[in-house]
Design a protein around this ligand. Structure first.
Ligand SMILES: *Cc1c(COP(=O)(O)O)cnc(C)c1O
Length: 381
């Protein structure tokens, strides 16, 4: 068998994806055109929500979600530290203060008890992350958000195609945010979206994506009018029709891709149950896990850096998701955060590893990952 490099994640594009993009390039509308509407309709259907608003990327979608939730300076946003920095950065963009609530050790999902402890009179939103593709404990989170009158935002960038208590990811919070970066489940190159059932929030998302202007180029063109008004400060966070055409063909393949990810996860689970020093994360009840990532915890007696480096040498694109956000220099310096603030996330970070997981992985590649991990942890134990 060859020792070709297996990345931790990788996009999958077919001829139909490429043809859909080329078709848009030959059409009248490169941006704010009909493919944006079609992609949004398809996303809303996937999420089971009334509205979806597509944006330039997942980070812009998070920023727009903060605007829709009316998060402002002097507010606090409770967020998990076990995520990509963008989940917390969106609060900082608005002038609000991110407040970190620790995760549960088994799933690494935000712990609702820790959220409750961090909530104050200043809390205006909670950002929960469906880490690795597993939906959070939304029953408890919703109750907290409703009791205190704060907006619940799901950073669902890992979890499109998953579900909780039979309800699809995208419909589980007031606002749910997606990313279509190439390492995510479906890609538009760069791209993102927010889903919601709230018409006012949907309107605010559209306003924010277009400079705070009440009509877009196509609406003015159709009305034969030059008139527009800017009613608030927004950004150019629009997505193109080129991207949305790709998103539409990609979204059609999502169910098959989720199924393949789940098959790979099931094989990993079965194999690692036999390997003492490698523990998969826990999957909580009532979840359909979308497996953006497959994360294991290594025995604390193993040197994670040595395991990581040896696996990389052996051609496995292992990774670490994530350095807890509150440990980044920016957060330490701006907000005085540091070790000890979220001990469960910090301990998990010290011993975690993400293994290759993407739908185009062959069974042979999956077996090679398992065999190589087994040999390397044995050798380094
Ligand atoms: C990818 C990701 C983002 C950011 O999405 P971009 O499209 O890269 O801006 C935000 N949050 C999480 C959890 C992500 O994985």
């Amino acid at each position: 068998m060859t020792d070709e490099f297996i990345p931790y994640g990788r996009q999958l594009l077919d001829d139909d994806d490429i043809e859909a993009v080329v078709e848009v390039l030959r059409s009248d509308w490169l941006t704010t055109g009909p493919k944006v509407d079609l992609f949004e309709e398809a996303l809303a259907q996937q999420a089971g929500t009334k509205f979806a608003v597509a944006l330039a990327n997942g980070t812009a979608a998070l920023h727009a979600a903060m605007y829709a939730a009316r998060v402002g300076a002097d507010d606090e946003v409770v967020v998990t530290p076990m995520t990509f920095a963008a989940s917390a950065n969106c609060a900082v963009y608005t002038g609000a203060k991110p407040v970190f609530a620790d995760v549960r050790g088994g799933t690494l999902l935000i712990n609702p008890d820790a959220v409750a402890e961090q909530m104050t009179d200043k809390t205006s939103a909670i950002v929960a992350v469906d880490y690795a593709g597993q939906p959070c404990d939304y029953e408890a989170l919703r109750r907290l958000a409703e009791d205190k009158g704060v907006t619940l935002v799901a950073d669902a960038c890992h979890a499109i195609g998953g579900s909780y208590q039979g309800k699809p990811v995208g419909s589980l919070a007031d606002l749910s945010v997606f990313s279509f970066h190439p390492v995510k489940h479906i890609t538009t190159g760069e791209g993102g979206a927010v889903t919601t059932d709230d018409p006012e929030m949907a309107a605010r998302l559209r306003l924010f994506r277009n400079h705070g202007i009440t009509t877009d180029h196509r609406q003015r063109s159709e009305q034969g009018s030059w008139f527009y008004e800017m009613v608030d400060l927004g950004f150019n966070y629009r997505i193109t029709d080129i991207q949305c055409a790709l998103g539409l063909t990609q979204l059609g393949k999502l169910p098959a891709w989720i199924e393949r990810r789940q098959q790979i996860a099931a094989r990993y689970d079965e194999a690692f149950a036999e390997i003492d020093c490698v523990d998969p994360l826990v999957v909580a009840p009532e979840r359909v896990h979308a497996y953006h990532l497959y994360v294991v915890r290594l025995d604390p007696g193993l040197d994670r850096q040595a395991v990581f480096a040896t696996l990389r040498d052996r051609g496995l694109g292992v990774n670490v998701h994530y350095i807890p956000v509150h440990l980044h220099p920016f957060y330490r310096e701006r907000f005085g955060t540091g070790r000890g603030l979220a001990p469960v996330a910090e301990e998990a970070y010290d011993h975690m590893l993400s293994l290759p997981m993407f739908p185009a992985m062959s069974d042979e590649q999956v077996e090679r990952v398992i065999a190589t991990v087994d040999e390397v942890v044995e050798q380094l134990s």
